[in-house]
Write a new protein. Structure first.
Length: 235
């Protein structure tokens, strides 16, 4: 257990730009102990879109990363052994944005989930952005019928970061996060990671805040309440 690294869950700027996201990425890169770390890119949440990859590769390199290697998983022709080799040899694993449920489903279908969990247990640093941050957390919500709230249900994510979170939900009052918490046990907390902020999640669930206030909710007394924001610690 001593090998476990903190996991960084980011919500990039909106619109995403280097001025907003670079300081957050640089904090992630320092965790690897490398000046210009090699990043393994996991893009199952966007079906391994080349456009997504090229955009994020430019952003990551602009923040100081070295090589960005695309571990292609989604395609029916994907070389999964090659993807695993990329993941294993990287300094950091990055989980990209897109659709949370699609991203998790694809990892499960291709039997990559356990491989990622084992890399984490061995001490590999992980970080995610937007939907990728939610994928790294414990759980998320889906609706079997989008027009019927009674069909809402929880589904498991990777659980590498032992928290519940949402990203970029500040404009709608964190509706999805609150809907998820309503289905959770009493006293379960959820974190709203606003655009341009991040949380550093330690293996025991403790968090540190980067970039700005993190919104915090709790399921209490049969309803979901917003409680005090968590602020970055001033140095």
């Amino acid at each position: 257990m001593s090998n476990l690294k903190p996991v960084y869950l980011l919500a990039g700027g909106r619109p995403r730009n280097p001025q907003t996201i670079s300081p957050l990425l640089q904090a992630v890169f320092r965790e690897s102990g490398k000046v210009s770390p090699t990043i393994a890119y996991v893009g199952t949440a966007n079906d391994d879109s080349t456009a997504f990859f090229l955009f994020m590769a430019t952003t990551l390199k602009g923040a100081g990363a070295g090589k960005i290697k695309h571990a292609v998983i989604s395609s029916g022709k994907a070389d999964l052994k090659k993807a695993q080799d990329i993941l294993n040899s990287s300094d950091i694993v990055y989980i990209s944005g897109g659709d949370v449920e699609r991203g998790i489903q694809m990892l499960q279908e291709k039997n990559i989930t356990d491989f990622l969990l084992e890399l984490y247990r061995q001490g590999k640093p992980f970080f995610g952005l937007s939907a990728g941050s939610i994928m790294l957390a414990k759980e998320w919500i889906r609706w079997r019928d989008p027009d019927n709230d009674a069909t809402a249900e929880i589904f498991p994510c990777l659980g590498i970061a032992p928290v519940i979170c949402d990203t970029h939900g500040e404009q709608d009052g964190w509706e999805e996060l609150q809907a998820l918490l309503k289905l959770e046990q009493a006293n379960v907390k959820g974190y709203g990671i606003a655009s341009g902020t991040a949380i550093k999640v330690f293996p025991n669930g403790r968090i540190e805040v980067l970039g700005g206030a993190i919104h915090q909710f709790i399921h209490r007394g049969g309803r979901v309440e917003r409680i005090s924001d968590i602020l970055p610690v001033s140095n």
